[in-house]
Write a protein that binds this ligand. Structure first.
Ligand SMILES: C[S@@+](CC[C@H](N)C(=O)[O-])C[C@H]1O[C@@H](n2cnc3c(N)ncnc32)[C@H](O)[C@@H]1O
Length: 268
């Protein structure tokens, strides 16, 4: 692929999804997109919406698993949910966002944890909004059907037995009681989200890594506008707010979680 073609595609991806493709990544483009030259020609002149969508989706990385990286979910189970159960006694509502949910293992892991607090949360309004730019992964997530390989990656067997129906040798479906806690929406995190409201917890995991600093900063600013003042932001292990935004600071004692900088000012 010529450097000019790679530059055209890189500019299209950055504007469409925020994805940064550097000049040494032509191998990635060629492995994911068939007949690159023809496609880039079509992208240059009034590309149809479905072509734009297909190219963006072909270039997204959807890697995920249940209870990925362990520690953050432990923080959610042992510290954050118990604390929300105390602080939200009046509203009796917990509103959680999974900003780049891919095939759904992340929001369903959160839903499984909420199930563990079933008794304390009796009569509460619980909802997990799971979003992604990629409609194909969202369609899979909505069905909540996972292969043997996928349920063996990170999902404790107690959850598999209790909260999944086995459909075949290689397919397990998460039960409706857990599935109904999650609603899926196609969303581009590069855009403002006027309908989002305020969340108590936001997972924005393993998506900032694909963006440049200006896009990360704008996205974190947007997330800060939709996080409660005492809310918690989770970022992936390779992601940070340091040097990117002053809207968030690291939460003391909880690796990978961040609080609003304004919240510390209020507490001081
Ligand atoms: C590596 S996956 C992370 C999945 C999950 N959060 C995890 O950590 O296991 C990254 C996801 O971000 C989504 N994504 C990429 N750019 C996006 C954008 N601009 N808006 C919303 N989602 C985006 C991709 O489609 C992909 O499913």
């Amino acid at each position: 692929m010529s450097p000019a073609d790679l530059a055209t595609l890189a500019a299209f991806l950055k504007a469409g999804s925020g994805l940064i493709i550097s000049s040494d990544k032509s191998y990635l483009v060629e492995s994911r997109l068939a007949s690159v030259a023809d496609l880039i020609g079509r992208l240059k002149i009034f590309p149809p919406e479905n072509l734009k969508r297909d190219v963006l989706e072909a270039m997204t990385t959807n890697e995920t698993s249940f209870f990925r990286d362990g520690t953050p979910f432990e923080a959610l189970r042992t510290k954050i949910l118990p604390s929300l159960i105390k602080s939200r006694q009046t509203s009796r509502r917990i509103h959680i966002l999974c900003a780049a949910a891919s095939t759904g293992q992340e929001p369903y892991s959160i839903a499984l944890l909420l199930q563990e607090f079933q008794q304390a949360l009796q009569g509460w309004t619980l909802d997990i909004v799971a979003t992604d730019i990629d409609t194909a992964v969202l369609a899979r997530a909505q069905k909540g059907v996972y292969s043997k390989f996928e349920v063996q990656r990170g999902l404790p067997v107690t959850h598999l037995v209790k909260n999944f129906d086995q459909l075949s040798d290689d397919a397990w479906q998460i039960k409706p009681a857990v599935r109904n806690l999650v609603s899926f929406r196609q969303t581009n995190l590069l855009q403002d989200q006027p309908t989002w409201g305020t969340f108590d917890v936001i997972f924005c995991w393993n998506v900032l890594i694909y963006f440049d600093p200006a896009t990360k900063s704008a996205m974190l600013g947007r997330l800060a506008n939709h996080l409660a003042d005492d809310g918690v932001l989770f970022l992936g292990g390779a992601e940070t707010v340091i040097g990117i935004t002053e809207k968030f600071i690291l939460s003391p004692g909880m690796r990978g979680t961040y609080m609003k900088a304004a919240a510390r000012a209020l507490a001081a």
